[in-house]
Ligand binder design. Structure first.
Ligand code: GLY
Ligand code: MN
Ligand code: MN
Length: 477
């Protein structure tokens, strides 16, 4: 046995098969053909008209069943025999000069938790050797290039309709993380914590949003994380109201707040963390008021994370706290909390959902979002189910002052109601706040929750760290 614990792909394969059999109840009975699950790795792609490879990102479903980060590989799981076979891409001798020696079969057997390792050029004969087989693959949903290849080697059978079931089985399996996955996610979070702290404490160095981006990536990479979970969002001033702002190229002088939403990845597992703070270390009264409100929303919602909690209810609570806070601040007026909630005008300031599942994908599987929901308050909510132990979710309320989002309410455009509850004069004082989001990564445990994210978020602590950093003379290298 290898001394280093391996990514538990065999137990993942069993989980997927179990979910799959639940979805296709008659699929695994005695008189049915042998069930084979087959998945392909992502292919290495080249930029158009170029011999440069695009950055490689593994197919997450393939990784879940192999722990293997190689392109152009395949995995087969024979459900009846409980046999997991990894097919490595055949060795391209010409490529060794450019890319180095590929992993050998013997090395791969050590490294991956599979029963057999073969080269991909024997997939067809391997499958042909299985009597009375039927092959299920979800790949038709993820890429035509694979589909063409599989068809070519006569693997794709008629079961189009099962693709959706296999994909669902993969998604449901991935939703609940095992201990090994949680260790990877804690590590990703630790790296992000450190990189966020470095950003907070080096503001004397930073004059442009791009510097913030660089600082975060630098410290992630130094800690061993080659990839970010997503393109970092580093915005200042009014740009903080753009939810997925990635231009990251404005000077930061003269702005009130900086919002950084960035997360390092560890072995394909994501973290996703947002902090918002005053660039000078001093909060303006308006920025502080909005920050404290978002923190109250986050604290209240996070305290309710536990098995059985209904995510819709937590999201609704965030809106209720926002409405109560806006009535106190005078941004809302002329209605009761219930009337204002009913009008849905709070969605002008909190247009996104409270959070999403987190795993290998930043917006991970299993949330069962309903983007066709006619209720604006829930349309972008990415989790529409009860929480279960082993799920990892983000808790990320925000408040944004975006003319693009608010004007339709103020102007009473079709479908956007409740604009009359907004006091335009009071609102005027808040445009420069731009936006505030606070985002932590939270594991649902048997008894409650565990917050992976340790970056400070108390407004006074943030001020202190920023000011201490501003006093230091730092030099870039
Ligand atoms: N970083 C993207 C998100 O928070 O969902
Ligand atoms: Mn998020
Ligand atoms: Mn985020």
């Amino acid at each position: 046995m290898p001394t280093i614990e391996r990514y538990p792909s065999k137990s993942h394969a069993r989980r997927v098969a179990k979910h799959f059999s639940g979805l296709l109840p008659d699929a695994f009975t005695d008189d049915k053909p042998r069930q084979i699950l087959l998945l392909a790795a992502a292919r290495l792609k080249y930029w158009p008209f170029s011999d440069q490879a695009q950055p490689f990102r593994q197919n997450r479903n393939f990784y879940y069943l192999t722990g293997c980060d190689l392109p152009d590989a395949y995995v087969l799981y024979d459900v009846e025999l409980d046999r997991l076979v990894l097919f490595l891409p055949p060795v391209d001798k010409e490529d060794v000069m450019w890319s180095g020696e590929p992993i050998t079969i013997t090395e791969a057997k050590e490294e991956y938790d599979v029963d057999e390792v073969l080269y991909a050029d024997v997939i067809k004969s391997e499958l042909q050797a299985i009597p009375n087989r039927i092959v299920y693959t979800a790949e038709s949903l993820v890429g035509d290039d694979h589909r063409a290849y599989l068809k070519d080697i006569e693997l794709l059978v008629q079961l189009q309709s099962s693709d959706q079931y296999l994909l669902e089985a993969l998604e449901e399996s991935r939703l609940i993380k095992d201990d090994f996955e949680l260790r990877l996610m804690r590590k990703a979070s630790e790296i992000s914590d450190n990189a966020h702290l470095k950003v907070l404490s080096t503001m004397s160095l930073q004059t442009n949003e791009r510097h913030i981006h660089a600082e975060f990536v630098y410290h992630s990479m130094r800690a061993g994380s080659k990839n970010q979970s997503y393109d970092p969002i580093c915005c200042t001033g009014r740009h903080c109201s753009t939810l997925h702002y990635v231009r990251n190229n404005e000077e930061i002088a003269g702005k009130q707040l900086l919002l950084i939403d960035a997360g390092a990845e560890w072995n394909n597992y994501a973290s996703d963390v947002t902090r918002t703070f005053p660039i000078s270390g001093e909060w303006t009264p308006e920025a502080r008021a909005i920050y404290e409100l978002v923190l109250e929303m986050q604290t209240a919602c996070e305290s309710l994370v536990k098995p059985g909690a209904v995510w819709d209810d937590l999201h609704l609570l965030a809106h209720k706290i926002l409405i109560r806070g806006f009535l106190k601040l005078g941004i809302f007026k002329g209605g009761s909390e219930d009337e204002i909630l009913e009008s849905r005008v709070s969605a002008a300031f909190l247009p996104h959902g409270l959070g999403h599942t987190l795993g290998m994908d930043t917006h991970d599987t299993g949330g069962r979002a309903n983007y066709a929901d006619s209720d604006l308050l829930f349309r972008y909510l990415r989790i529409r189910r009860k929480l279960e132990s082993g799920m990892v979710v983000t808790v990320e309320p925000g408040i944004y002052f975006s003319p693009f989002l608010i004007d339709p309410y103020l102007n009473g455009h079709d479908g956007f109601k409740g604009g009359h509850y907004i006091d335009r004069d009071v609102l005027e004082k808040f445009w420069e706040v731009g936006g505030v989001r606070i985002e932590d990564d939270v594991l649902v445990t048997d008894n409650g929750s565990e917050n992976f994210t340790k970056v400070p978020k108390d407004p006074d602590v943030l001020s202190k760290i920023i000011k201490a950093g501003l006093k230091k003379t730092l030099v870039t290298v």
